[in-house]
Write a new protein. Structure first.
Length: 404
C-alpha cells in the first residue's frame, strides 16, 4: 500500500474517539502503539476459529494454530534478517533482556566487567546492576555527552579484555538519540571479547533493522510498540550463542526428552519457549509485521523522523520549553515547560485531547543526570501528523498561560 496517512488513520479504530469533546491526539507511542484493524482481526480470528495449543496436538485446530504461530516466527525473523532458529518469542523486551542476564550471567565471575550507558531504560539497567552485585563483578557506564549522544571515545576507553557484556539502547526512549550500532559493534570487538546486546524497543517500530549488518550478538524488541498486542516480544541471538546458552525457564515445550535422571532440551528456538506460548499475541505480531511491511519501513522511518524534527523545532521556537537530547533524533521529543512539572503539563494537554507521557520514563538515573525529576514526552508513529504537532504547540501555550 502507498504511504497514505489518511488511509492509514482509518485503520485505527481508537483514533475515532473524542477526548473531552476533542479529537484524540495520541503521542504516547514510545510507551505503546495503537493497533490497526488487521491486527485486532487476526487476534480475534484465532480465538473464534482455531483456538488451540501448539506443537502438542494432531487435531485440526492444533495444527492450524501451530501453522499460524510458526508463520509469525518466520515473519519476525525475516523482519530483522535473522535465521528462523535465531528468533525466540518472549513476553517483551524486558523478559528478553532478563533472559540474557540469567543465561549469560551464569558465566560471569568475580572481577568481570559489564558496560551499559547512563541513558538506559530500567529494563536494560537494573538486571545488570544486580548481576554485578551478586557476582562481585564491575558495572561500568558509558557516558552521555552534553548534547545527549553517547561518548564513543569514553566507551572505547572503558572496554578491555575483562569486559564480558555490553548492553546499549539503539534509540533512547528519553533523548531520542540514535546510537551508531555498527560503529559501536566494531569498537567493542576491537577492544574486548564481550557479547554485544542491543535494546531495540524504540528502533524496531521505526527503522528497517538488519541484524547481520548491525553486528550485534543479541537484539530485543517488543510487539506492543509496533502495532502488535501486548505480551509478545522478540529476542534475536546468533545461533551459535543460543546453542551454548542455558534456558531461562524449564517446563513443557522446551524439552526433547525427559527421564528420571536427566533432560535433553529442545532444538532452537523452542528451547527458550517454555510452557504455553502467547499464541494469539504472536499471531497478532505477525499481522502487525505484515502491516508495517506494506506501509514500508523506510517510509515509516522517514515520516517519524520528520515529525520528530518538526516537533523539536516548534518547541525550540517557543522560548519557554526546554528540550532534552540532540536535534538529530528518531520519533520522540522529551521536554519541560519551564517552571512547570511534567505531570501538570500532561494534565493540561489531556484536557485538550492530547496524550503524552510524563514522568521519568523508566530512566531515573538519566533524569538525575539531567538534573530534573521528570519530563514530558511526545512520541510519534505512522498515523501521526504535523497538524497534531501544531495542536501540541497550542496546548503548551495554554500550559504556560495556566501556570504563569
Amino acid at each position: 500500500m502507498a504511504f497514505d496517512i489518511k488511509k492509514i488513520r482509518e485503520d485505527f479504530p481508537i483514533l475515532k474517539r473524542k477526548m473531552n469533546g476533542k479529537p484524540l491526539i495520541y503521542f504516547d507511542n514510545a510507551a505503546t502503539s495503537q493497533k490497526p484493524a488487521p491486527v485486532i482481526d487476526a487476534e480475534r480470528e484465532f480465538y473464534e476459529k482455531y483456538n488451540a495449543n501448539i506443537h502438542r496436538s494432531i487435531h485440526r485446530l492444533g495444527e492450524e494454530a501451530t501453522k499460524k504461530y510458526e508463520e509469525a516466527h518466520d515473519k519476525a525473523s525475516k523482519f530483522i534478517n535473522a535465521g528462523f532458529e535465531e528468533v525466540v518469542f518472549t513476553s517483551g523486551t524486558t523478559e528478553s533482556l532478563n533472559l540474557l542476564a540469567y543465561s549469560l550471567g551464569s558465566e560471569i565471575k568475580e572481577g568481570d566487567e559489564m558496560v551499559i550507558s547512563q541513558a538506559e531504560h530500567h529494563s536494560n539497567f537494573v538486571q545488570w546492576q544486580q548481576l554485578a552485585k551478586n557476582k562481585r563483578a564491575k558495572l561500568k557506564f558509558a557516558e552521555i555527552t552534553d548534547d545527549g549522544t553517547l561518548d564513543l571515545g569514553q566507551l572505547s576507553r572503558i572496554l578491555n579484555k575483562k569486559t564480558r557484556i555490553v548492553s546499549l539502547f539503539h534509540v533512547s526512549n528519553v533523548l531520542g538519540t540514535i546510537n551508531p550500532i555498527k560503529k559501536i559493534s566494531k569498537i567493542i570487538k576491537e577492544k574486548s571479547n564481550a557479547c554485544f546486546i542491543v535494546d531495540a524497543a524504540q528502533s524496531a517500530p521505526h527503522m528497517k533493522l538488519n541484524v547481520k549488518e548491525l553486528g550485534c550478538d543479541f537484539l530485543a524488541f517488543s510487539g506492543h510498540k509496533m502495532l502488535a498486542p501486548t505480551g509478545i516480544g522478540v529476542l534475536y541471538g546468533k545461533q551459535e550463542l543460543l546453542e551454548k546458552m542455558q534456558p531461562f525457564m524449564f517446563g513443557g515445550e522446551m524439552i526433547k526428552h525427559v527421564t528420571f535422571e536427566d533432560t535433553k532440551f529442545n532444538d532452537l528456538p523452542w528451547k527458550f519457549e517454555a510452557g504455553t506460548a502467547n499464541i494469539a499475541q504472536a499471531i497478532g505480531l505477525g499481522a502487525a509485521i505484515d502491516y508495517l511491511n506494506k506501509a514500508g519501513m523506510q517510509n515509516i522511518e522517514r515520516h517519524d523522523a520528520e515529525l520528530a524534527k518538526y516537533c523539536y523545532r516548534l518547541l525550540d521556537s517557543m522560548g519557554d520549553v526546554e528540550i532534552y537530547g540532540p536535534e538529530e533524533r528518531n520519533s520522540l521529543v522529551s521536554f519541560n515547560v519551564k517552571n512547570v512539572h511534567a505531570h501538570d503539563t500532561a494534565a493540561v494537554l489531556d484536557s485538550e485531547g492530547i496524550a503524552v507521557r510524563a514522568g521519568h520514563h523508566c530512566a531515573m538515573p538519566l533524569h538525575s543526570l539531567l538534573g530534573i525529576p521528570a519530563s514530558a514526552r511526545a512520541s510519534f508513529y505512522l498515523y501521526n501528523t504535523k497538524e497534531e504537532i501544531d495542536a501540541l504547540g497550542e496546548g503548551l501555550k495554554k500550559v504556560s498561560k495556566v501556570f504563569s
